[in-house]
Design a protein around this ligand. Structure first.
Ligand SMILES: NC(=O)c1ccc[n+]([C@@H]2O[C@H](COP(=O)([O-])OP(=O)(O)OC[C@H]3O[C@@H](n4cnc5c(N)ncnc54)[C@H](OP(=O)(O)O)[C@@H]3O)[C@@H](O)[C@H]2O)c1
Length: 332
């Protein structure tokens, strides 16, 4: 890992999102709030801050509307806070149902909420928390909102977008590194739910690997004519994400962040580049900063491809209990 991160250029001028509606998950702080700010500065009409803590979301909303740049560029913007707890499928479906009841268009879905902690925890449905929060619930949100994203693309004649906040850290997944391979007969989701496969320092990376495997399989089944779906990594960013680490790790991490972390503003440029600047060539792709890259070499190996297919099939099985699986999402 280089000591310093490469410099990133600001967004091009002239981006105007007037008339568009976006959802940003994990919008109450960090990169999520910055994404909302930069969308507002580019005249977006409506943004939903999808947050698990409504009070924190309302505080973010108030602060955003008070920003001079927002008052100047977008005084009539509609900014709404809606509850979304991605640990819980029921909350995801309450959120998508409430959104669909109130909105007839969706142009941009930013799947940004995420966690990286060093403690093994299962959510109420039995899945390991990182896998639920960073991966599974995002696929459910995608499936619930794709029909509206498709319909909006039909109406406007322009592709709509889904952009995931991913991470280069997926390269150091315990699975990708071969540290904890799948056992014979084990499912991918079962592997990550089991205590035996848990490696604290790799679990965040594991969950981000699953997100990419899903996106890379998806592009084989669905083109980006209507909805361009991609993922980006903003590099190391100075947010509160590491504040949940134990103190003995937080102190050295704060030192590393002080030397090399990017500001949230730069992370916002990278996010909006993926979401509104790059085009159809980015469908089903992973961007490091603003560049399309291949992702972990593991993904192309026979084992990586096997895991990708298994995950796809297991995700279909898992979510078919909750929602309608679209016809293009066939098992492989
Ligand atoms: N910071 C980095 O260096 C870095 C690098 C690469 C990728 N990323 C990714 O960037 C995204 C944003 O992270 P950040 O750095 O901005 O950290 P952050 O400030 O901790 O933001 C994470 C956001 O996710 C929300 N969230 C967490 N668990 C949730 C849940 N169960 N339900 C709903 N929302 C939940 C948090 O809500 P609360 O406010 O309620 O906790 C918060 O708004 C994450 O996906 C992360 O993996 C970060």
């Amino acid at each position: 890992m280089p000591i310093l991160q490469a410099s990133v250029t600001p967004l091009p001028g002239g981006i105007c999102l007037r008339g568009q509606t976006a959802i940003v998950t994990g919008a109450s702080n960090g990169i999520g709030t910055e994404i909302v700010l930069q969308l507002l500065e580019r005249e977006i009409s409506t943004v939903i801050l999808a947050v698990r803590n409504v009070a924190r979301g309302e505080a973010a909303r108030t602060a955003l509307l008070a920003r001079p740049s927002v008052k100047k560029a977008n005084p009539k913007a509609v900014l709404k806070v809606m509850e979304l707890e991605v640990e819980d499928y029921a909350s995801v479906q309450r959120f998508t149902k409430a959104f669909l009841a109130e909105h007839s268009e969706l142009h941009l879905l930013m799947l940004n909420a995420g966690i990286g902690v060093l403690k093994r925890d299962l959510v109420s449905n039995g899945h390991e928390k990182h896998i639920q929060v960073n991966y599974l619930s995002n696929v459910l949100i995608t499936l619930e909102l794709l029909p509206l994203l498709n319909a909006t693309a039909d109406k406007t004649g322009k592709p709509t977008r889904i952009t995931w906040t991913g991470s280069r850290m997926h390269n150091v997944s315990a699975l990708a590194k071969g540290k904890v391979p799948l056992k014979p007969g084990e499912s991918v989701l079962g592997h990550f739910d089991s205590e035996d496969s848990y490696v604290a320092f790799a679990r965040y990376a594991d969950s981000k690997l699953l997100c990419l495997l899903f996106l890379f399989e998806l592009r084989k089944h669905l083109n980006g004519d209507k909805v361009i779906q991609n993922s980006y990594c903003p590099g190391m960013v100075n947010t509160g994400m590491s504040d949940v680490l134990p103190i003995y790790l937080r102190l050295p991490m704060n030192l590393v962040k002080a030397i090399r972390a990017r500001s949230v503003e730069v992370a916002g440029w990278i996010a909006l580049n993926a979401a509104v600047v790059v085009g159809p060539e980015s469908h089903g792709q992973f961007l490091e900063d603003k560049n399309i890259v291949e992702g972990s070499p593991f993904i192309k190996t026979a084992e990586g491809q096997k895991v990708q297919k298994m995950l796809w099939n297991e995700t279909i099985d898992e979510l078919s209990k909750l929602t309608t699986i679209p016809g293009w999402m066939k098992k492989v």
